[in-house]
Design a protein around this ligand. Structure first.
Ligand code: GLN
Length: 303
């Protein structure tokens, strides 16, 4: 497969879309990211890396990090995870409060904000003072000890995240948050602020293309856990655009409002893309088109 040629075609074909749509202006530092950025990486299970554009530039991975927290919670808690969070697509916005009320405090899935808060609550139950299990996990998966939080993004979300604060207290009112909501929110804002490049993300997601083995050869998930995380990504990874994504791209994918998207072709590759401007539903516009072109040109998808 000539991934290098395919990527150079894609970068030309998506150019008209780069800068269209809106950046996530509700998080002030994200509003300042230059709109003209586009980067993409295909990293094969054989560790070959193909990249174009701004693939080495770090950006705020936002909700993409919810894949790491889910994997970690599944390792720590096993099937008990699913007693406190569902695994069905939400069909509503990632920060919706309405659904949580109707469903009495059990978030529809671990990738909407309410679900991620519950997952972090579980992780915090296992975390000793001074430790950071999520960051340890991400560093292990990516074999990169320099991965860290962007404290300016975390701080901005802490200052402006009233809706997330509402979700956390709402969960608490249904007894589905055991830790102090402020502690869980702090972990949440930091989780969303993790800063990585397309290249770094492609390495970190290697385990989902290999049945659980990290790029460094370490087992960070079992084959069954990797299958399950991919399944939840396919049905819930891009919020209320999941149906359109499955139709257009045909791969498990996870997006973030920083404009990043990670897609996994199990057994073949991880593809990552970044372009800051988003669709109405909060997924990178140019990024989605790039992934659609990738599965069309390679004729590789899970379907
Ligand atoms: N930090 C963002 C929020 O909580 C994450 C949302 C996202 O990436 N979809 O609103």
């Amino acid at each position: 497969m000539d991934y290098a040629r395919i990527l150079s075609e894609i970068v030309e074909e998506v150019r008209p879309l780069v800068g269209k749509g809106r950046a996530a202006e509700y998080i002030p530092p994200l509003a300042e990211v230059p709109r003209d950025r586009f980067g993409m990486v295909v990293r094969t299970v054989g560790n070959e890396v193909f990249q174009v554009g701004d693939s080495g530039e770090r950006f705020s991975i936002q909700s993409i990090a919810k894949v790491f927290s889910l994997t970690l919670a599944m390792r720590l808690e096993g099937d008990a995870v699913w007693e406190r969070v569902g695994r069905e697509p939400s069909g509503s916005a990632f920060n919706s409060l309405v659904q949580l009320e109707v469903e009495r405090g059990i978030p529809r899935n671990p990738f909407i904000n309410a679900g991620a808060l519950v997952v972090l609550d579980m992780i915090l139950d296992h975390q000793a003072e001074g430790a950071d299990l999520v960051l340890d996990f991400v560093r292990r998966a990516s074999a990169d000890p320099s991965v860290g939080y962007d404290e300016s993004v975390a701080g901005a979300e802490r200052a402006t995240g009233h809706r997330n604060r509402a979700l956390a207290h709402f969960l608490r009112s249904f007894d589905n948050l055991g830790n102090d909501p402020d502690r869980v929110l702090d972990a949440y804002f930091r989780l969303c602020s993790i800063s990585m490049s397309c290249a770094g993300l492609a390495t970190a997601f290697h385990y989902l293309a290999t049945g659980g083995l990290s790029a460094g050869g370490e087992e960070v998930a079992t084959p069954r856990q990797a299958k399950r995380v991919n399944s939840v990504m396919l049905t819930c990874g891009v919020y209320d655009e999941a149906g359109d994504y499955a139709y257009r791209v045909g791969l498990p994918a996870k997006s973030g409002v920083g404009g990043g998207v990670v897609a996994v072709m199990p057994g073949r590759f991880v593809a990552t893309v970044w372009s800051p401007c988003l669709s109405e539903k909060g997924n990178s516009l140019a990024g989605t088109m790039a992934l659609e072109l990738l599965t069309t040109k390679t004729a590789l998808s899970v379907f």
